[in-house]
Design a binder for this molecule. Structure first.
Ligand code: BTN
Length: 223
């Protein structure tokens, strides 16, 4: 059975509409798309800009046990790379899509728990279509909201059934700046660290001054 979709010309945010649909009785999984968002939001309270007709702006609503959520962020990134089929795309931890050092996509995961279960809004913004040249063409041919939603759902189900550990090496093969020294911002402080990989839960491993650190949050900075 095909995934149910709710396409809109304009919304404040596909995230809000996803939760509102659940409140109105819709049962996940389903996905919401919008050609325009008037209040698109990104991680860390940032505004998210997309361009009408030139971006993919969508939210996949799923339900999963809250304890399966670690690793979700990372597998969503992987699932989108699988659809886009472009070897040059990398994941800036946890899941920014980078093409030749330019951010071309972002993922925002928001959840509301009830008991052991969580309703999860997986918001995906791809700004691939404003890119010039060959990369843009190959990406454009391969992407549709339905194919992205189906791939994300498949990876989320695998995560729930089998855990994250088996995706670790696949994720690391796509990790942007692996083994390089980067500026890493945690709680307002910027540190120089070397990216070492991720752990069995999908958290970022960094090294500085001979000390290995597991990072539950934080952001790799880039110009
Ligand atoms: C980020 O990189 O900060 C995450 C960006 C996520 C943007 C998407 S666009 C669809 C969905 N609706 C929103 O308001 N945000 C997400």
């Amino acid at each position: 059975m095909s995934l149910k979709s709710f396409p809109y010309d304009e919304l404040s945010s596909t995230q809000d509409e996803g939760f509102a649909l659940i409140e109105r009785g819709e049962t996940p999984p389903f996905f919401v798309t919008a050609d325009r968002q008037t209040k698109g939001r990104g991680r860390m309270q940032r505004t998210w800009h997309s361009e009408s007709g030139r971006s993919l702006t969508m939210t996949l609503m799923i339900q999963m046990p809250a304890h399966s959520m670690p690793g979700l962020s990372a597998v969503v990134g992987l699932s989108i790379l699988e659809v886009l089929e472009n070897e040059n795309l990398k994941l800036k931890w946890p899941n920014d899509l980078m093409l030749n050092d330019q951010k071309v996509g972002g993922i925002l995961i928001e959840s509301r728990s009830h008991g052991n279960l969580a309703d999860i809004a997986i918001g995906i913004g791809l700004n691939l279509f404003s890119l010039e040249g060959a990369d843009y063409k190959s990406l454009e041919q391969n992407v549709s909201a339905l194919s992205v939603a189906e791939s994300v759902l498949k990876y989320a189900k695998e995560l729930e059934a089998k855990g994250f550990a088996r995706s670790k090496s696949k994720y690391e093969s796509k990790l942007w700046r692996l083994h390089e020294v980067v500026d890493f911002s945690v709680q307002g402080q910027v540190h120089k660290v070397r990216i070492m990989g991720i752990d069995e839960m999908g958290f970022l491993l960094t090294e500085s001054g001979g000390k290995l650190v597991i990072n539950l949050d934080g952001e790799i900075l880039f110009e």
